[in-house]
Write a protein of this length. Sequence first.
Length: 131
Amino acid sequence: MSKIFNSNETLEMCDVKVSDNGRIEVTTKSYHREELERLGKPAKTVRGRVKMEDWNLVFEPYAEASRRPTFSKRAVVGSTTIAVTAENVKLSLVVSRNYTKEMLTRLIEAEVEEVVRRLREDLYDSIIRVA
């Protein structure tokens, strides 16, 4: 496991600004420069989530490499992505909003027909069927 910071030191006396759109900015006081230097800089962006806990904002980093990938296999058919988990098959279709009602309906029908054709030909055995 790689360390994100150089120490476990906790900084205090920071200003926290929370904007309407959810952005949170933690501003350290200038007289903590020495502590900040000991803490070091993150080697990369720390991904995680913020929650309220006992009237405090708490940041929890996401666990890295602690669980297996959600989708084990994927295939793309036209504009449709077929993703497979241990229990489910997920079909995702992304199209532009600029189509008329009739064009959008025809496009989706054509996509479904192509997915069904590919499932019958090769996709079912190659990505969905459990050996």
